[in-house]
Design a protein around this ligand. Structure first.
Ligand code: BF8
Ligand code: SF4
Length: 635
């Protein structure tokens, strides 16, 4: 049992207020769920047919097979495959929405523009398209056509987005294992089919199918979504802002964007800017848009919008009593939000046909009515401000400075200040000489089973102290931002000497007058594709398989099925991928061993499960040292 709910001082300040205000939070509901079901925790429960539910006795005294004969190995492997497929489905669906937006924008049918022509050219060239003499719109439509053709591929050829972007050594490995995905929709459907009653009973085959879903996620979900979003809204460049609940302003209309797809939040940011006068007429000093979860990361990366908080504290944002409206799109939106909001004046606004919350106001948001809907939402926030009860307002005075916006392009841009001809060289040279021991990507969620943010922060402090450069996305990035690890002071305070020297030299050359932060914020969870691009670029530069690089990944506090899919993709990239919360696989020794050991022999990467932050940091450092040694680098 964890000893403390959170390490975030703003959360610790608001929890007693929540109790006083009669608000039930995720922590209360977690307590009410204790003890959680042992069968479910181990993954040995099956409900895939109506003869069930079946469960296997993990101690070997009771049933050893489900009614159909499925063993613990089969049940665990099937459950995992379904979870990873569900995560991939969420990302592919997200990507699809943005492909559609790019199509309609290119046709001039909606009020969105193609912002980043350079990225468009880069993506088009990567896909092998001829870019000469084509207008932005023509080229965008060709790119969209390729994206749709991946979804409509009824043949056996692999996903084009993967073939265009993955390292060639990896493609060869995946091909040899027979896990190159074809059409993402077809693969996700196949995973549902493969796991239904009376189908695959071979745990090895099921684990390989899971790896294939990781590839669906990585290329037809993450990479596709990021490419489309960059083309539409721009590739991020460095921005400076702040993070934590202290960004909320008592004298402003506070409108929070929460969810994942920037199609909505970009419009909200735009219209909040335009309607400032209406807010002033209502007695506010202006409108402050701030973000939760990944849509927060999206508008942070491109617009410098401040971050309010991450997944686990979404309810507490409302408990400040200062949030006039919270508008949500998709994913990671707690169904409890309307219940919490009912204790305050906060208006919860849903926008998507597949996410409705009883008690919320639903403003249907479509590509066609985006401007009208965004204005309506901003105006709702303004009128909600008039209903705010000042006696209920308590904004914790905690926030930290954040430097973000580190797309691969932005990282290369900063490095160009050191070596304009060969920008990756300074980074690679410093990895080779050991000033930078290696790179760890921390990604993923918060999980109420562990102390909020603790694993992210403790793990990363130990890594950077040992000269490991950290890049982060998702709610991990929020946690590290709130802990002051995304600014120059964080480098001074926490980075080891080698890392500090490199970050200082790059910061000086780039004209910052201060070091780069020790943790580079690379964006939302779909922006894990940026980390994939960085890994791919380094592998290509050194002409080695990415599985050999001193690079690892960690999801310190994973909760969502999407985090499992992303982690699976990282494993297929050949990375050792740490999980700080045990996924429901321990009911099968065979499956757990495959994931943590067996897979590495065939795919190069593996899962590494460790629930102690310091041990995990040192496990990852050991892994990095072993890879360095293997490459003949000083370790
Ligand atoms: O896609 S990290 S809790 S917000 S799932 Fe959700 Fe996890 Fe946060 Fe973003 Ni990613
Ligand atoms: Fe039980 Fe098999 Fe049906 Fe699962 S598929 S519920 S193990 S009978």
């Amino acid at each position: 049992m964890k000893s403390q709910k959170s390490i975030d001082p703003a959360v610790l300040e608001l929890l007693p207020k929540a109790a006083l205000d009669g608000v039930e939070t995720v922590w209360d509901r977690y307590e009410a769920q204790q003890p959680q079901c042992g069968f479910g925790s181990l993954g040995v429960c099956c409900r895939h047919c109506v003869q069930g539910p079946c469960r296997i006795d993990p101690f070997g005294n009771g049933p050893k097979a489900g009614i159909c004969g499925a063993s613990a190995d089969v049940i665990v492997a099937r459950n995992l495959l379904r979870q990873v497929a569900a995560g991939a489905a969420a990302h592919v669906d997200h990507a699809y929405d943005v492909v559609e937006a790019l199509e309609l924008a290119a046709k001039g049918e909606i009020n969105y523009t193609i912002t980043d022509e350079t990225k468009l050219h880069q993506v088009a060239k990567g896909l092998g398209l001829d870019i000469s003499g084509k207008s932005k719109a023509e080229l965008a439509l060709e790119v969209v056509e390729v994206a749709y053709s991946d979804l409509a591929n009824h043949g056996k050829s692999p996903v084009k987005w993967l073939m265009a972007n993955a390292p060639k050594e990896r493609i060869a490995v995946w091909a040899s294992l027979g896990i190159l995905p074809r059409n993402p929709d077809r693969e996700i459907r196949e995973a549902m089919h493969q796991t239904t009653m009376g189908m695959d009973a071979d745990p090895v085959n099921l684990v390989l199918a899971t790896a294939k879903q990781g590839l669906v996620d990585g290329y037809s979900g993450l990479k596709l979504a990021t490419d489309m979003q960059d083309i539409l809204f721009g590739t991020p460049t460095p921005v400076v802002t702040e993070a934590n609940l202290g960004v909320l302003k008592e004298d402003h209309v506070n409108l929070i964007v929460h969810g994942h797809v920037p199609i909505l939040s970009e419009k909200i940011v735009y219209w909040a800017g335009k309607l400032q006068d209406e807010a002033r007429l209502a007695g506010a000093k202006g409108i402050l848009v701030s973000g939760i979860c990944c849509t927060g990361n999206e508008v942070l990366m491109r617009k410098g919008i401040p971050l309010v908080t991450n997944f686990l504290a979404q309810e507490l944002a409302i408990v400040t009593g200062a949030v006039d409206a919270m508008v949500v799109d998709v994913q990671c939106i707690m169904p409890s939000l309307t219940q919490v909001a009912s204790c305050y004046h906060t208006e919860i606004i849903t926008t998507m046909p597949i996410v409705k919350l009883p008690g919320a106001t639903h403003v249907p948001f479509t590509l066609e009515n985006a401007d009208e809907a965004a204005q309506e939402i901003v105006r709702k926030a303004i009128s909600s401000f008039l209903r705010r009860d000042p006696k209920k307002v308590q904004i914790p005075n905690y926030k930290r400075k954040v430097m973000a916006g580190f797309s691969v392009e932005a990282i290369v841009g900063a490095l160009s200040a050191v070596d304009p001809v060969d920008p990756l060289k300074p980074l690679i040279d410093n990895i080779v000489n050991g000033n930078i021991l290696g790179v760890v990507a921390t990604v993923g969620c918060n999980n109420v089973k562990v102390t909020h943010d603790l694993m992210h922060v403790e793990l990363v402090k130990e890594l950077i102290k040992n000269n490991v450069l950290v890049v982060a996305t998702g709610c991990s990035a929020h946690a590290l931002a709130k802990a002051g690890l995304m600014n120059s002071e964080g480098t001074e305070a926490y980075a080891g000497e080698g890392l500090k020297a490199v970050l200082t030299a790059i910061g000086q050359a780039a004209g910052l007058g201060a070091p780069l932060p020790p943790v580079l914020h690379m964006g939302s969870c779909v922006d894990n594709s940026r980390i994939g691009d960085l890994v791919t670029a380094i592998a290509k530069y050194l002409n080695v398989d990415s599985a050999l690089l001193p690079i690892a990944a960690s999801a310190p506090e994973p909760q969502h099925e999407k985090a499992l899919s992303i982690g699976t993709w990282a494993v297929t990239m050949g990375l050792t991928t740490h999980l700080g919360v045990v996924p429901p696989v321990l009911g099968s020794k065979a499956v757990a061993e495959l994931l943590t050991q067996g897979l590495s022999g065939v795919i190069g990467g593996k899962f590494y499960i460790e629930t102690d932050a310091l041990k995990a940091a040192h496990g990852l450092i050991e892994d990095i040292r072993a890879k360095r040694k293997n490459l003949g680098l000083p370790s």
